[in-house]
Design a binder for this molecule. Structure first.
Ligand SMILES: NC(=O)c1ccc[n+]([C@@H]2O[C@H](COP(=O)([O-])OP(=O)(O)OC[C@H]3O[C@@H](n4cnc5c(N)ncnc54)[C@H](OP(=O)(O)O)[C@@H]3O)[C@@H](O)[C@H]2O)c1
Length: 373
């Protein structure tokens, strides 16, 4: 049976115990090391394994997941080589356990510069999973636009974290379909260079440094900023807006977002696999009540089912629409599809969506939008 590996890290100290059901949680490890929150006291370790994951085609694969015991803030603040060393150790661990391809979850792919150099160095095909994640984010937006009776062609869309791997793929696709595209990121040079490229498309493109300015007046928002804290406050969102938050940790607070009943904020890039019970012990922070897995894990599984042990998503800014269509087709063949809409612990029912649609339509018509910048 072909085996995949997946590297993940905690987003909060209790993540692994409360959600993934693993044998040892990060807070246990920290308390064992005398409460000392030092990375050197911790090592990557096997978090959980999946003995038999079945596809719609009747194929079966197995998987093993390793945890890098670093929080997002540590990935951000540690010396790059130190963080990379952790990721390298985790990949080596998984390769020893028979993984033929390794997916890099969360900040592990960002630390490894989306995997290119490490893949060559270790001789293990690595994928960030960002191609399927971006494709699912876009599919979620198209479905939400339909569900909320919105016109894509007349819409203003905003991409937060637009120069990133996922953000730029979404920006390229949306620039062909929407009326106006607001793109936001902090590095001006990279942002202007992306804007230049996007202006060849249909949409009018405007650049922003701050998320709150970019989302002002936007009907659609895709948020994919690798920020440590939230960067979008729901009060700044246009009435009736649709927000797909792909980022981990989240770019928009889920509790706050759910307080507004006229907007649809959903966790982006999530997939549902054909037999969700096969991975029930390892959903790593996806909603406990949903059957979803992260797009990066879903891509790794899809490639393993297909026998494509290759660095499918490697490097930044290389995701094309052709590759998104291809990985979606591979995933679909094996029963991996866009997950139902959820927002944190909340999984939306058809009745929830109907209620949000009615509130959104009412709010858009009333035009009570107040400029709160
Ligand atoms: N849901 C899933 O299944 C899934 C799968 C993979 C990845 N992800 C998550 O998706 C996000 C993006 O991943 P990626 O690989 O595309 O990352 P990336 O290539 O490193 O891009 C990150 C983007 O965010 C911007 N950014 C970084 N820090 C920011 C801040 N504090 N405020 C505003 N913008 C900021 C960056 O530009 P500047 O530095 O110029 O601001 C860049 O545009 C991450 O949070 C990652 O964990 C989710």
């Amino acid at each position: 049976m072909d085996r995949f590996g997946f590297v993940i890290h905690p987003f909060v100290a209790k993540t692994s115990r409360s959600v993934a059901g693993c044998r040892e949680s990060f807070d246990d490890i920290i308390s064992r090391s005398g409460g000392e929150f030092m990375p050197k006291a911790r090592l990557p370790y096997t978090l959980c394994s999946f003995e038999r994951v079945r596809s719609r085609e009747g194929l079966a694969i197995s998987g093993v997941c390793a945890a890098v015991p670093l929080m997002p803030i540590e990935f951000d603040s540690l010396d790059r080589e130190v963080a990379l060393g952790f990721v390298e150790q985790a990949i080596t661990l998984l390769a020893k356990k028979g993984a033929r391809i390794v997916g890099l979850g969360g900040f592990t792919s960002i630390a490894a510069d989306e995997g290119t150099a490490l893949s060559k160095k270790l001789g293990v095909p690595l994928t960030s999973g960002n191609t399927l994640t971006a494709a699912l984010a876009l599919e979620g937006i198209y479905r939400a636009v339909y569900e909320l009776d919105m016109s894509l062609l007349n819409a203003t869309a905003a991409i937060v974290g637009a120069t990133g791997d996922i953000g730029s793929a979404c920006a390229r696709a949306l620039s062909k379909n929407v009326k106006k595209l607001n793109i936001a990121a902090r590095n001006d040079k990279r942002l202007e260079s992306l804007a230049l490229e996007l202006r060849r498309g249909k949409a009018a493109v405007e650049t922003f440094r701050y998320a709150k300015d970019a989302i002002h007046g936007a009907d659609i928002v895709i948020s994919a900023a690798s920020a440590l804290n939230t960067v979008i406050n729901p009060v700044h969102l246009k009435p009736g807006a649709i927000v797909c938050d792909v980022a981990l940790p989240a770019n928009i607070g889920r509790e706050l977002a759910r307080a507004r009943d006229d907007i649809l904020v959903f966790d982006g890039g999530l997939a549902e696999i054909h037999h969700p019970e096969d991975v029930r012990n390892g959903r790593f922070g996806a909603s406990v009540h949903s059957n979803s897995v992260f797009g990066c894990l879903a891509e790794t599984m899809a490639l393993t089912f297909e026998g494509r042990f290759e660095p499918y998503s490697a490097g930044r800014g290389r995701i094309t629409e052709e590759k998104m269509a291809q990985i979606k087709a591979i995933a679909k063949k094996h029963g991996i599809m866009l997950a139902d809409f959820s927002c944190g612990e909340k999984r939306f029912t058809a009745a929830d969506i109907k209620r949000i649609r009615e509130n959104a339509l009412k709010a858009r018509n009333e035009c009570y939008y107040v400029d709160s910048r």
